[in-house]
Write a protein that binds this ligand. Structure first.
Ligand SMILES: NC(=O)c1ccc[n+]([C@@H]2O[C@H](COP(=O)([O-])OP(=O)(O)OC[C@H]3O[C@@H](n4cnc5c(N)ncnc54)[C@H](OP(=O)(O)O)[C@@H]3O)[C@@H](O)[C@H]2O)c1
Length: 313
C-alpha cells in the first residue's frame, strides 16, 4: 500500500474567522448506541478531528461520552476537535432554537459548538415527536415559520459566542442562495449528500465562489446499491495506486475541494478511512469524466424525512 501524504490533515478555512474545518470528518449516524460510542472513540484515536452528529440521530449522548473519555485520557484536547450537530425540523420556531441547542450541548458535554447546522429546510410541527404524522401517515409540516427566521435564531447563537459557525444541510442551490443573500451571518458550511455518483458540481461551484465550505455526506455511497466502491473506474484506480476503493473515493472528495463525512462501526475501516493519500491528476480526471452514473441515495432533500434513519428511531 502506498505511503500516506498530508492529504488527510487538510483543513478548509471557514468564513467570518470562525476557524477551519478538517476535510476528513467522521459521521455518527450509527443505529446502535454502544457501537456509536466505540466507533467515535476509535475515530478520534485513528486521527479524525471532525465529528458530525444530530439531535435526530439520537447519538449525541454517546458522542459526548466518547469525547470525554478521550479528553480525560489526555490524548486529545477539546479545542483540537471540530464538533458539529444539527437542529431538527421540529425545532425551527425561533423560540425553540436555543433550548434545542442547549440540549444538544448538554448531551455532548460541551460548552460551545464548532458548527450548528439546520438539519433540513423543512419545518415540522413543533413538539417532542420528531416524526409527526397525521392519521393518514403524512408528515405534519409547520407553515408558521420561514427558514430565514430559523436562521436568524442561529445567528444569535453565533453572536453570543455559543457556536463558532452555522450552516445548512440537505439543501439545494436555490435555498442556499436565498439564505446566503438574506443572511447577516452567511452560511459557513453547506452539508449535502455527495460522492462520485452525485458530484453536485454546480452547488460546489457556488460554494467556492462565495467562501462556503461544501461538506459531502455519504462520501462512500452509504453501502447502497449501485455500490460505488465496486465501480470499475474506482476499483481500477485503487488497484493502480495501491489504495482501497474507499480511500480513492475519500481522496477524490478532498482533492476536488470538499470536506466530507464517512462512517463506519468497523474499527479496521475507521483506520483505513483516515489513511488517505493524494491521487494523481489523471485519476481525478478519470473519476470526473469516466463516471457518468447519477444516483441520490438519500431522499431527505425531497421532504425532510431522513432516508438513512431506521423508522421508529
Ligand atoms: N444531513 C443529513 O441528512 C445526513 C444524511 C446522512 C448522513 N449524514 C452524515 O454523514 C455521515 C456519513 O454518511 P454515511 O453513513 O452515508 O457514510 P458512508 O461512509 O458513505 O457510508 C457508511 C457505510 O459504508 C461502510 N463503510 C465505511 N467504510 C468503509 C470501507 N472502508 N470499505 C467499505 N465499506 C465501508 C460502512 O459500513 P460499516 O459501518 O459496517 O463498517 C457503512 O455501511 C453520517 O454518519 C452522518 O453524520 C447526514
Amino acid at each position: 500500500m502506498r505511503e500516506s501524504d498530508n492529504l488527510r490533515f487538510t483543513k478548509f478555512p471557514l468564513r467570518n474567522g470562525s476557524g477551519a474545518i478538517p476535510a476528513l470528518g467522521f459521521g455518527t449516524l450509527i443505529p446502535d448506541p454502544i457501537a456509536t460510542r466505540n466507533a467515535t472513540k476509535a475515530a478520534l484515536e485513528a486521527g479524525f478531528r471532525a465529528l458530525d452528529t444530530a439531535e435526530r440521530y439520537r447519538t449525541e449522548n454517546e458522542v459526548g461520552e466518547a469525547m470525554q473519555e478521550v479528553f480525560n485520557a489526555g490524548k486529545i484536547r477539546r479545542e483540537d476537535v471540530f464538533v458539529a450537530t444539527k437542529l431538527w425540523n421540529t425545532n425551527h420556531r425561533p423560540e425553540r432554537v436555543r433550548p434545542a441547542f442547549e440540549a444538544s450541548l448538554k448531551k455532548l458535554q460541551l460548552d460551545y459548538l464548532d458548527l450548528y447546522l439546520i438539519h433540513t429546510p423543512f419545518a415540522f410541527q413543533p413538539g417532542d415527536v420528531q416524526d409527526p404524522r397525521d392519521a393518514n401517515g403524512n408528515v405534519i409540516y409547520d407553515r408558521g415559520v420561514t427558514l430565514l427566521e430559523t436562521w436568524g435564531a442561529l445567528e444569535e447563537l453565533v453572536n453570543e459566542g455559543k457556536c463558532k459557525a452555522i450552516g445548512l444541510s440537505d439543501v439545494g442551490l436555490e435555498k442556499v442562495k436565498e439564505i446566503f443573500e438574506a443572511a447577516t451571518i452567511k452560511p459557513a458550511v453547506v452539508h449535502v449528500e455527495s460522492h462520485p455518483y452525485l458530484p453536485e458540481w454546480e452547488l460546489l461551484d457556488y460554494c467556492e465562489k462565495n467562501g462556503i465550505v461544501f461538506q459531502a455526506f455519504a462520501a462512500l455511497g452509504h453501502s447502497s446499491e449501485p455500490n460505488l466502491l465496486a465501480d470499475p473506474v474506482i476499483t481500477a484506480i485503487a488497484h493502480r495506486v495501491g489504495k482501497t476503493p474507499a480511500q480513492v473515493a475519500l481522496a477524490w472528495a478532498i482533492q476536488r475541494g470538499t470536506a466530507l463525512l464517512t462512517t463506519s462501526k468497523t474499527l479496521s475501516r475507521i483506520a483505513e478511512n483516515f489513511d488517505v493519500s493524494t491521487l494523481p491528476e489523471d485519476a481525478m480526471r478519470k473519476i470526473n469524466e469516466g463516471i457518468n452514473s447519477r444516483v441520490r441515495f438519500n431522499s431527505v432533500v425531497e421532504a425532510g424525512v431522513p432516508g438513512f434513519i431506521p423508522r421508529g428511531r
